[in-house]
Write a protein that binds this ligand. Structure first.
Ligand code: BTN
Length: 225
């Protein structure tokens, strides 16, 4: 992995899930900060809300393990910006759907699952490169539609660099970049069945919505755009 000497990469052809493997490693006590679990395919890839993450060979399936003292609601913004910047470095212009789905032309190209175990956090990232599944809940797309020559390993290398940058930046710069990349900022979205205007982020990492005359702060929920 060239310059990415700060990370230990453990790579597999097939796993049930890089996320599950990472958590088992943490439970075994044999893990160190900045370990990356990579798989060419997964048989039980999963996402938020226990949704299946279809994981055929050709796409990126990776989990970053970081040591952490406490839960960090701001981490998902760092990760979203890191993924977006990775795509931008290859000339693909994404937007971020709160908190950390990455979209191209409104279609999902990448998702992130953040889970805590013991003194570690596991950041699972899937990026569609060669194929994109048909999903009931949203439209999807893939890197190959925009930049067919990018390999999985080039993308991973760039992602590791961006993760290194954005997981160590202060929240003001993360927030500013996130807001520049946010889909639907100052537009109407749907929150729990109601129309709301997406106004921004506060310094604790809550999304600020305006529902009628009322401002609402939300953490880790789902909005529809
Ligand atoms: C989502 O959008 O719901 C999150 C999807 C996260 C998928 C990645 S792929 C690598 C890691 N292993 C998993 O089983 N899930 C995450």
């Amino acid at each position: 992995m060239g310059a990415n000497i700060n990370y230990k990469l453990i790579s597999f052809d097939k796993l049930s899930s890089t996320q599950t493997y990472a958590q088992n490693l943490i439970r075994s006590g044999k893990v160190s900060d900045r370990t990356i679990i990579l798989a060419n395919s997964q048989t039980a890839g999963h996402g938020r809300y226990r949704r299946t993450w279809v994981s055929k060979p050709g796409n990126l399936y990776v989990s970053f393990i970081y040591e952490t003292e406490k839960r960090d609601p701001k981490l998902s913004y760092s990760v979203a910006v890191a993924i977006a910047e990775t795509l931008i470095s290859f000339g693909i212009m994404p937007t971020i759907k709160w908190p950390n789905d990455i979209l191209i032309d409104g279609k999902k190209i990448s998702g992130t699952l953040i889970e805590y175990a013991k003194d570690f956090v596991v950041v699972g990232i899937g990026i569609n490169i060669k194929s994109n599944p048909n999903v009931r809940f949203y439209e999807t797309t893939k890197v190959a539609d925009f930049a067919p020559k990018i390999s999985r390993d080039e993308l991973l290398s760039a992602l590791i660099k961006q993760m290194d940058i954005w997981t160590t930046r202060n929240f003001t710069s993360i927030k500013n970049r996130w807001l520049e990349l946010a889909a639907n900022l100052n537009k109407t979205i749907t929150y729990r069945g109601r129309d709301a205007i997406l106004c921004g982020l506060n310094d604790d990492g809550a999304l600020i919505l305006r529902c009628g005359n009322e401002y609402v702060m939300i953490y880790g929920d789902e909005i529809s755009v």
